[in-house]
Design a protein around this ligand. Structure first.
Ligand SMILES: [Zn+2]
Length: 377
């Protein structure tokens, strides 16, 4: 494991950054920072800083606002690296330095998005306000200007965009045929909104809005549980629901993480017990029922291994630890393309795979998992 991690980190550090996007560079920088710290190899930390500086140079208005492929993601990576600094040797040159607030420009764009009355992706993680909120949560760690106020404004917009249902509230999905289904996943749907709201409730942000919204959204999501105990990825009007593949982005695992967050933040046993039940059931799923995951984080072995590991840390249920080890093992045996051809990002590339490996062997809490709406506390 240690050797596989070292090989991956060294290969990525030596790979040509060529025409890589700003987010790929920033995500590789996050991975090399954590890998360098765990492996005690300062040259990896130095390379991490070089890649982060390149990412900032390449981040421009054409990058879009996505959390995984746009400006918000680059800003998140920089804030994350500043909030979780590397131990430094005094003799080591820093290579570069920041102004007071290197992500101020992105922050202003996010602020604009938040007051925009008709954003395309109202309530989702990858491209929407929840993703902007994930950036603001990272900025909050550094006591950045306006972060608390902006998080409260995002909660306000989520409340405004919520649709009342029989069981509670949900949100309109962003895709073009969105009128016909409810998206229940972490990456684009209500599980993501729930995990985010749970964090706001825990931080005491706008509780008069976030507590009732979280309660009603949790009730609505819970109502979609299938007879066999799992959750669909989407719920279509007038069509029988089908079980989702096993992944971080859609299905049982992400739903379990969101419901656990809701239960602990609201201090209610029911969502937490449901979360444990769903997670333990998901741990028993085999390769075929999981939908043949790839190696990456989003819907792959790295995301499964890490999410099961985190849920075991939170829930203390043995089958979750066994599942984490099994998926880690499976991921290690999957062939991966070399670093000069593979994607580098945290969502579907080498940085996400590498960070899951660091988490598997390092005693340090995986604070980077906030990018995926997962928290170790
Ligand atoms: Zn996915």
């Amino acid at each position: 494991m240690e050797q596989a991690l070292e090989d991956l980190a060294v290969e990525l550090a030596n790979a040509d950054p060529g025409a890589r996007s700003a987010t790929e560079l920033a995500d590789a920088a996050v991975f090399l920072a954590h890998a360098g710290q765990h492996l005690a190899r300062p040259e990896l930390a130095t390379r991490s800083l070089e890649l982060a500086a390149m990412a900032v140079e390449r981040a421009d208005g054409h990058a879009g606002l996505g959390l995984y492929d746009g400006l918000v993601g680059v800003a998140w990576a920089i804030e994350h690296m500043l909030a979780h600094p590397q131990p430094r040797h005094d003799s080591e040159p820093r290579g570069w330095s920041w102004d007071d607030d290197p992500t101020e420009d992105v922050h202003d764009v996010v602020l604009f998005e938040t007051v925009d009355p008709e954003p395309r992706h109202a309530a989702e993680l990858a491209y929407g306000r929840v993703g902007h909120g994930v950036l603001e949560l990272e900025r909050l760690l550094l006591s950045r200007r306006d972060s608390r106020r902006l998080l409260a404004a995002i909660a306000d917009r989520l409340e405004g965009a919520a649709l009342s249902t029989t069981h509670g509230v949900t949100w309109r999905a962003a895709a073009s045929d969105a009128d016909h289904y409810e998206d229940l996943g972490l990456a684009h749907g209500s599980a993501g909104v729930i995990a985010f709201l749970a964090r706001l409730v825990r931080l005491g942000i706008a509780p008069h809005r976030t507590v009732p919204l979280l309660e009603r959204a949790t009730a609505q999501l819970s109502s979609h549980r299938l007879h066999d105990g799992g959750f669909p990825g989407r719920a279509y009007q007038g069509r029988p629901p089908v079980a989702s593949r096993l992944a971080w982005c859609y299905g049982d695992l992400g739903v379990a993480a969101a419901l656990w967050g809701a239960g602990t933040s609201l201090q209610r046993a029911e969502p937490s017990e449901l979360a444990v039940d769903v997670a333990v059931r998901a741990a028993a799923r085999d390769l075929a029922s999981a939908g043949e995951p790839d190696a990456g984080f989003c819907h792959g072995a790295a995301g499964l291994a890490f999410t099961f590991q985190l849920l075991h840390h939170l829930m203390r249920a043995e089958p979750l630890r066994d599942a984490a080890r099994r998926w880690l093992e499976h991921g290690l045996h999957l062939a991966r393309p070399p670093a000069d051809r593979a994607p580098w990002g945290m969502l579907e590339g080498l940085a996400g795979i590498g960070l899951a490996w660091v988490a598997a062997i390092s005693p340090r809490p995986p604070h980077w998992a906030s990018r995926f709406l997962l928290w170790p506390d």
